[in-house]
Write a protein that binds this ligand. Structure first.
Ligand SMILES: [Zn+2]
Length: 182
C-alpha cells in the first residue's frame, strides 16, 4: 500500500510538471507558422534553389537546397528587408538583428540573429546544408521571428564569423524573400 501511495504521489507531482512544460511550448509556438520557404534567385535572375524553415521546439531548422551558384564557400544571412532585386540586391538592408548584437557567430559579444554558417557550393554549382539555430523563430509575436518576412541572402565570399558589420562576406549573389509555403 505504501508503494502504491508513493507511486500515486509521484504521478500527481509529475502530471502538472508535464502540463507546465507543454504549456510553455504552447505559448511559445502555438502561434508559430509551421513552415516558411524562400525561393532564391541569383544575380542573373536564375533559379538558385529553395530554403525551408521549420520550427521544431525551441530550434529553427533551416534546410538549403541550392543551385546555380559559384563553387566555393559562401556566407548565408537573413537580412532585414523582404526585397530581392537582382542583379545587386541593393535593398536587402542590414543583417536581421532584433537583439541588437554585433556581427559573427564567434563574436564574444553575441551575434546578429540572422548570422548563419557558411555553405560550400560544389563544382556542379549546387549545395545542400541543414542548420539548427535558436536565435530565430517563426512565432508571430516574437521580435526574433522571421514570420513577417525577411530575406535569405547568399554572399560572394565566406563570413569570417567575427568582424562587424558583415564578416567581409562581399556582395550578395542570391536572395529570396521568406514567405508562407504554398
Ligand atoms: Zn551579421
Amino acid at each position: 500500500m505504501r508503494v502504491a501511495a508513493i507511486v500515486i504521489a509521484i504521478l500527481l507531482l509529475a502530471v502538472p510538471a508535464r502540463w507546465a512544460i507543454s504549456g510553455r511550448h504552447g505559448s511559445k509556438c502555438g502561434d508559430c507558422a509551421t513552415r516558411l520557404v524562400a525561393q532564391l534567385r541569383n544575380s542573373d535572375d536564375e533559379d538558385a534553389g529553395i530554403v525551408t524553415f521549420q520550427q521544431i521546439g525551441p530550434n529553427l531548422r533551416i534546410n538549403l537546397a541550392l543551385k546555380n551558384l559559384p563553387p566555393g564557400q559562401h556566407a548565408v544571412y537573413l537580412h532585414t528587408n523582404p526585397v530581392c532585386a537582382p542583379p545587386d540586391f541593393r535593398s536587402i538592408g542590414p543583417h536581421f538583428n532584433p537583439d541588437h548584437k554585433e556581427h559573427g557567430t564567434l563574436n564574444p559579444y553575441g551575434h546578429h540573429n540572422g548570422d548563419l554558417p557558411n555553405i560550400l557550393v560544389r563544382a556542379d554549382r549546387t549545395a545542400d546544408a541543414t542548420f539548427n539555430v535558436n536565435s530565430i523563430s517563426l512565432g508571430t509575436d516574437y521580435p526574433n521571428s522571421i514570420y513577417r518576412g525577411e530575406s535569405l541572402v547568399i554572399h560572394d565570399l565566406p563570413d569570417d564569423l567575427i568582424d562587424t558589420p558583415d564578416g567581409f562576406a562581399g556582395k550578395p549573389i542570391a536572395c529570396g524573400i521568406v514567405a508562407t509555403a504554398n
